[in-house]
Design a protein around this ligand. Structure first.
Ligand SMILES: [Zn+2]
Length: 297
């Protein structure tokens, strides 16, 4: 644990611990999410939980417990699908349902959104406007680099505003050879060997050039579920299913190491600071992209 904490030493003292609350297997999101709530309570930390509508519908008590513990409840969308597959009309209709359900459960409409798979890509450039129109203040949905699953190469790596005014909090990435990896979350946090993780941490910190940096981590309930049986996921290949299942042991110690000696506050609490000076990013409009008629990629 002390060793895990030292690995993160170059990172700033303030960050946001985020969780994408989505089901895996039968009824397992609840148990693992409660372990994360306990971890945060022990550290005296607060985070942001992006809850998928299916979880809010089937386990409303969990959403209430997250809010009661002082964390921010935000939306992970209605369907766990890439935004480009959803399309603007279906996305909008689903987000109305998801937003209203969370609002009823917590007493306040959510202001934050995270796209499934960080799928706010050039093929879904219509999404920020829909979110702003529905009253969302920020999105945390862009992986600002090339990535085999979803990414937006060329998007800013620091908080920025879409032309519609919505604030975007892109995933912190650090350079690794020709790639930029979201090193503080999910599979990356689980699979990176300690020495590689340490070097990515150092690189990210150096890239901030003295600024505090908009640091955040992310994880899923399944990232720490070591008891779950291996199953072929509907949204992943056989190999990816295996990768997502294996090596879940390091998640909790690494997240504890990140929390040690560091303060985590929800995005909602940090918004004024994160938004200060955020530049506007107006994506170049490519023919066939960014419209309702955009072909699925
Ligand atoms: Zn997700």
């Amino acid at each position: 644990m002390a060793r895990a904490a030292r690995r993160f030493a170059p990172l700033p003292g303030l960050f946001t611990f985020t969780v994408d609350v989505e089901p895996h297997g039968a009824d397992r999101a609840g148990g693992e999410t409660r372990r994360l709530l306990a971890l945060l309570a022990e550290a005296g930390a607060h985070g942001t939980f992006f809850v998928l509508d299916e979880v809010a519908r089937t386990d409303p008590g969990l959403v209430k417990d997250i809010a009661r513990a002082g964390h921010e409840v935000a939306s992970h969308g209605h369907a766990h699908r890439h935004l480009a597959e959803e399309g603007p009309a279906r996305f909008r209709a689903g987000m109305v349902v998801a937003r209203d359900r969370l609002g009823q459960l917590t007493g306040a409409a959510p202001v934050g959104f995270r796209a499934p798979y960080f799928s706010l890509t050039p093929a879904a450039a219509w999404a920020p406007e829909v979110l702003a129109e529905l009253g969302f203040a920020y999105s945390s949905s862009v992986l600002p680099a090339w990535n085999p699953l979803a990414g937006w190469p060329g998007a800013p790596r620091q908080p920025f505003r879409w032309p519609c005014g919505l604030l975007e909090l892109p995933v912190p990435v650090a350079r690794f050879g020709p790639w930029h990896l979201p090193f503080l979350g999910g599979m990356y946090l689980r699979w990176l060997p300690p020495w590689r993780l340490r070097s990515l941490v150092r690189r990210w910190a150096a890239d901030q050039r003295g600024a505090e940096g908009a640091l955040w981590s992310y994880c899923h309930p399944y990232d720490l579920d070591e008891a779950a049986a291996l199953e072929r996921r509907a949204d992943a290949s056989r190999l990816a299913s295996l990768m997502l299942w294996l090596n879940r042991g390091p998640t909790l110690p690494r997240l504890s190491g990140l929390l040690a000696g560091r303060r985590s506050e929800s995005f909602a609490a940090r918004l004024p600071g994160l938004a200060a000076g955020a530049p506007v990013f107006a994506p170049p409009v490519a023919p066939g992209l960014g419209t309702a008629a955009a072909p699925a990629e």
